[in-house]
Every structure is written in C-alpha cells, then in structure tokens.
Write a protein that binds this ligand. Structure first.
Ligand code: C2G
Length: 131
C-alpha cells in the first residue's frame, strides 16, 4: 500500500531524459497514481524557456511513460490549487530545484521536493548536441 493515492507534478519535459524518468518513477513509488501537467509552448514562453520539442509531442511522450496515470496541460502559474482540488490529489511533488517555491500548496495537500538527478538537464543536452 503506497502512502499517497494521487500525486501531481508539473514540468516542461523537453528532450525527455533520465532525470525526468527517475523523478516520475520516484513519484510512483510514493503514490498509487501519478498525474503530470505538461507545460504548453505558450506557458514555456512565460517561463522564458525555449522548447525544442513541441507540446503535442512532449505530452504524448510523458503519457507513454508506464508509471504516469494521466497527463494535463499546464498553462498558468495559478492553476495548481484548482488542479489539486479538482483531481483530489493528496501529494504535490517537484524536483528540489523548486525547493520551497510551492510550500503554499501545503494548505491543500502534502508537498515533497525530490533530489534532482545530477549531471543531466535539457540545457546540457542542447549544449552537447551543438558541439
Ligand atoms: N528534474 C530532475 N532531474 C533533472 C532534471 C529535471 O529531477 N536532472 C525534474 C525537475 O526538478 C522537475 C521535473 O524534472 O520537477 C521537470 O523538469 P523541467 O521539465 O525542467 O520542469 P520545469 O521547467 O522546472 O517546470 O510549474 C512548475 C514548472 O512547470 C516546472
């Protein structure tokens, strides 16, 4: 029996890599179900992130990950509270590069920040490809 029923996490998941997989797997170790909100291309602009892979492909890739129960679209910074309430999530998880940034959600569900997978990032992949 896992500690949580339904976890939710958010991200761009561009150039999907092992850091993303491990994060989702560790969330799945904690919760029966894993909901993932994938950032739209427009929201990425708000995050000043330029995506290589378009939203439609990024969300299809995340949906194909075995431990992912459901995918949602992330379009605003403000949607997390309603996402948590509408989907009855009892856990919100992010990698610890976001440590503390979403503690206000503790009013609605548990909040956990997991250690990032060291040595891998979309930025690093982009740089390696350019070499
Ligand atoms: N991640 C990780 N290890 C890495 C790289 C990323 O654990 N080496 C985690 C991040 O901490 C994040 C998730 O994978 O929890 C997705 O990372 P990004 O796609 O970079 O997401 P980000 O742009 O941080 O978007 O509203 C929240 C934002 O949408 C988060």
């Amino acid at each position: 029996m896992k500690k949580y029923k339904r976890a939710i996490t958010y991200g761009t998941f561009d150039l999907f890599h092992i850091g993303h997989v491990r994060l989702l797997q560790r969330i799945s170790d904690l919760a029966e179900e894993v909901y993932v909100a994938v950032s739209s291309d427009e929201f990425n602009n708000l995050k000043n992130k330029v995506c290589i892979i378009p939203f439609e492909e990024r969300i299809e890739i995340v949906k194909a990950i075995g431990c992912v129960t459901k995918v949602l679209k992330e379009e605003t910074w403000e949607q997390k509270v309603s996402d948590i309430q509408d989907n009855n999530c009892d856990l919100f998880v992010m990698g610890n590069d976001w440590e503390g940034k979403f503690d206000f959600l503790k009013e609605y569900c548990d909040v956990i920040y997991l250690p990032r997978t060291a040595g891998v990032s979309t930025t690093k992949i982009k740089e390696n490809v350019k070499r």
